[in-house]
Design a protein around this ligand. Structure first.
Ligand SMILES: *Cc1c(COP(=O)(O)O)cnc(C)c1O
Length: 349
């Protein structure tokens, strides 16, 4: 069958979460960010594995994603919404016991009016200028709001993947200025922030990409393997070209494998003639353009035609492939398509 297989190692996800958890002190809680269908890997299976590993707080982008996590985990674990309390979400927030991380004064008003007494957190803008209550607004509302008992004050770092970036210290100072003396639980660090060290850890960390095997967590265990089936091979003479636009021309008698997988499956077109696929330990260059459903690979140097070729795996991580495509691991992971057969390797008990 010409279906590509995406293998997701849930044991590696759990190991990575535990490794990130160990990087912070015992008094620091480690949550798990499972937004965007757990970075494209399947939130039901991923959230259950993380709960099994000990995660008790989960962050998602929006209420619909929160519903999927609640469905997967049942009552108990906290599910926090990074988009806060959007209009129209009140019923879901209430019925599914979701915890909005409020992003603005409007949201604070909406939440306290619609669901008084329902758990919430507050996002503070310490310089990223994307979401969150700003310094002056916060100074105005903090006295009243602290009375209402937010579960968490959180902010997000713009440059945590660059340890030497001066913005990290700027945001850390702003976060202290906004939250010192409140006595409330605080959270500043995602994966990158955890690696910046204890000053950034506060009470709760929120790793995402590191759990899924991606940078900036350099010692992450790889989580995904993507094997694409070879569906045809042909001999190509010197001077003949391959694929749309005739962008690659054979310089020697070549054997070209046509492989099922293309940009409709989340393999960026910018990989054209720039990536390798692997037969075991042997790299084979992708030649010509990536098309919607197919890519073409030079397998001339292989002793025999393989059934499949790996585009993600031990030899080519998500970040390496993303780099070849001119993007980042986050984007590559979250774009992985729906046509793959997904195989989950369960955590070893
Ligand atoms: C996505 C996100 C995270 C997780 O970030 P990673 O870099 O994947 O660890 C944490 N906090 C917020 C607010 C986010 O949007």
């Amino acid at each position: 069958m010409a279906t590509a297989t995406l293998t997701i190692d849930l044991d590696a996800v759990a190991l990575n979460w535990r490794a990130l958890d160990r990087l912070t002190g015992p008094e620091v809680q480690t949550a798990a960010v499972v937004k965007a269908d757990a970075y494209g890997l399947g939130v039901t299976r991923v959230a259950r594995s993380l709960a099994g590993a000990g995660a008790r707080r989960f962050f998602v982008a929006c209420a619909e994603e929160g519903a999927a996590v609640r469905q997967a985990l049942g009552p108990g674990p906290q599910i926090a919404l990074l988009s806060g309390h959007m209009s129209g979400d009140t019923e879901m927030i209430h019925d599914l016991d979701l915890t909005p991380m409020l992003t603005s004064l409007d949201q604070i008003t909406r939440h306290l009016e619609a669901l008084p007494g329902h758990a919430f957190g507050v996002q503070l803008d310490t310089g990223m200028n994307r979401l969150g209550v700003e310094m002056l607004e916060w100074q105005a509302v903090a006295p009243i709001l602290i009375e209402a008992g937010p579960e968490l004050l959180l902010s997000h770092l713009a440059c945590s993947d660059e340890p030497d970036h001066p913005m990290n210290a700027v945001q850390l100072a702003a976060f202290h200025a906004m939250t010192d003396g409140t006595g409330l639980p605080r959270s500043l660090a995602s994966t990158g922030g955890i690696l910046l060290g204890p000053r950034f850890h506060f009470d709760l960390t929120r790793p995402g990409v590191g759990m899924y095997g991606g940078l900036p967590f350099p010692s992450a265990q790889p989580v995904v393997r993507l094997s694409l089936p070879v569906i045809q091979t042909r001999e190509v003479e010197p001077g003949e070209s391959v694929g749309y636009g005739c962008t690659w021309t054979a310089e020697r008698p070549s054997i070209i494998a046509t492989v099922a997988g293309g940009y409709a499956d989340g393999l960026p077109r910018t990989l054209s003639s720039r990536a390798q696929l692997w037969d075991g330990d042997t790299p084979c260059p992708l030649v010509g353009r990536v098309s919607m459903d197919l890519i073409t690979v030079d397998i001339t140097d292989l002793p025999e035609v393989p059934k499949t070729l790996d585009i993600l795996g031990p030899h080519q991580t998500v970040d390496a492939l993303a780099d070849a495509a001119g993007t980042i691991g986050y984007e590559l992971l979250t774009a992985l398509g729906t046509r793959y057969l997904r195989r989950y390797l369960e955590p070893r008990a």
